[in-house]
Design a protein around this ligand. Structure first.
Ligand code: HEC
Ligand code: HEC
Length: 357
């Protein structure tokens, strides 16, 4: 267990469960699946394989309020000019599920369909150097996006994670929330400039290198059970921070209705394996390349919310990453190989194509 976890209040459910983890007695509940989500362009299909949960305890989330309809009004603008502050941006990144989640009492603020936080993947609210940090993000925009096929601003990129990683809706460009997150990212850039060289260095194992074979989902299940289930739950559905789903997760779900959708970057096997090798198990990232590769494939093989119109991504399909898990492709490799590898032949195909152009 690391001290990076948000400190649970003594006596809270999280405290009890953390104590359980410490003695190795895993007692993680299985979430019931809530009503299907119908956020713009994204849905959760309870009929998907593996979607039958056993009813249980703390984690049950059967009585969720209905998610926001696509016609929900834009976020209300708050009054004060100080509202869109860096500090508000930091809170949005750290506590996204609570501030914009599907349980928010104000329907207009239910912007995300998952119950993840931005910080579930961008660790330390994006301040930890290394994999998926957001320290230098601001200065990289505007930039060309192959996925969108056009130049994109930082706000567009934030909305990509809103619609994919968070399985939600885009934040209105002029909402205090969008301005606050952008201001926070600008502030991180300033912070990075001021950091000493030693603090800029990531403490991570050597970067993931894809094994020259297809990932093995079955072996990934074994890795999951021995190295991940203790925190993320035997069912991978995570562990709520308290009994109340509106407070979000202490250990976020890796699949299921509260997780990222199939259009997310984390749903690509190489992206997920890179993150997992660098960061997971949290506080003890000791997986080999083979283990990280297989467990990433296992996670991405499990059911999760589906995003609509994915075939419209990458107007130039040759710009697709080799591990993009959905077509159309500008090559003849089967979809299965794009999902699980081996990736080296696909990479070589594109390298050769570039040379002959
Ligand atoms: C499920 C994991 C996950 C969550 C949750 C998530 N992201 Fe991301 N984010 C990624 C990944 C992976 C990338 C890397 C790009 C890719 O491969 O798609 C990324 C990239 C980004 C980038 C671009 C970084 C750069 O340097 O260009 C920004 C900005 C960003 N995310 C913001 C957010 C915000 C804001 C939220 C919450 C609203 C969020 N993300 C939630 C996984 C996540
Ligand atoms: C000690 C507890 C712990 C263990 C063990 C652990 N994780 Fe995590 N994991 C976390 C926490 C906590 C977060 C969210 C980080 C945050 O909110 O600061 C996380 C986040 C993630 C995420 C991104 C968010 C999401 O829900 O998709 C992935 C993917 C992930 N873990 C995969 C794994 C895999 C694979 C393993 C096993 C190899 C693993 N984790 C083992 C605690 C753990």
């Amino acid at each position: 267990m690391t001290d990076r976890h948000r400190g649970p209040e003594p006596g809270s459910l999280a405290g009890i469960v953390l104590a359980c983890c410490a003695v190795g007695a895993v007692a993680v509940g299985v979430a019931l699946y809530g009503p299907p989500l119908s956020l713009s362009g994204a849905s959760w299909e309870p009929g998907a394989p593996g979607a039958s949960g056993t009813p249980t305890s703390a984690n049950a989330s059967a009585d969720r309020p209905a998610p926001a309809s696509p016609s929900a009004p834009a976020l209300a603008r708050a009054d004060g000019p100080d509202y869109a502050t860096e500090e508000y941006g930091r809170r949005l990144v750290a506590h996204t599920a609570e501030l914009l989640g599907p349980d928010h009492p104000d329907p207009a603020r239910r912007m995300i369909g998952s119950r993840l936080n931005c910080g579930s993947c961008h660790l330390g609210t994006g301040t930890e150097p290394g994999t998926l940090n957001l320290l230098q993000t601001f200065e990289h925009y505007p930039r060309f996006s192959g996925r969108a096929g056009t130049m994109t601003d930082i706000e567009d990129r934030i909305n990509e994670c809103m619609q994919r990683s968070m399985n939600g809706k885009p934040l209105p460009m002029d909402s205090p929330e969008m301005m606050a997150i952008a201001a926070y990212l600008r502030g991180l850039g300033t912070q990075y400039q001021a950091m000493g060289t030693s603090r800029r260095k990531a403490e991570e194992p050597p970067p993931f290198k894809a094994p020259p074979r297809a990932a093995r989902v079955d072996n990934g299940r074994t890795v999951f059970e021995s190295r991940c289930a203790i925190c993320h739950g035997k069912d991978g559905l995570g562990l709520l921070a308290t009994g109340d789903p509106s407070r979000g997760y202490l250990f976020p779900p890796l699949w299921g209705p509260d997780s990222f959708n199939n259009g997310a970057g984390m749903h690509r096997v190489l992206t997920a394996a890179r993150f997992i090798k660098a960061r997971m198990p949290l506080g003890e990232p000791t997986l080999s390349d083979d283990e990280a590769f297989d467990v990433a494939a296992f996670i991405n093989d499990r059911p999760r919310p589906q995003m609509a119109n994915l075939e419209q991504d990458y107007p130039d399909p040759a710009a697709k990453p080799v591990d993009n898990p959905y077509g159309p492709f500008a090559d003849d490799f089967p979809l299965e190989q794009h999902r699980l590898g081996p990736f080296q032949p696909i990479e070589e195909h594109y390298k050769a194509r570039k040379k002959t152009k």
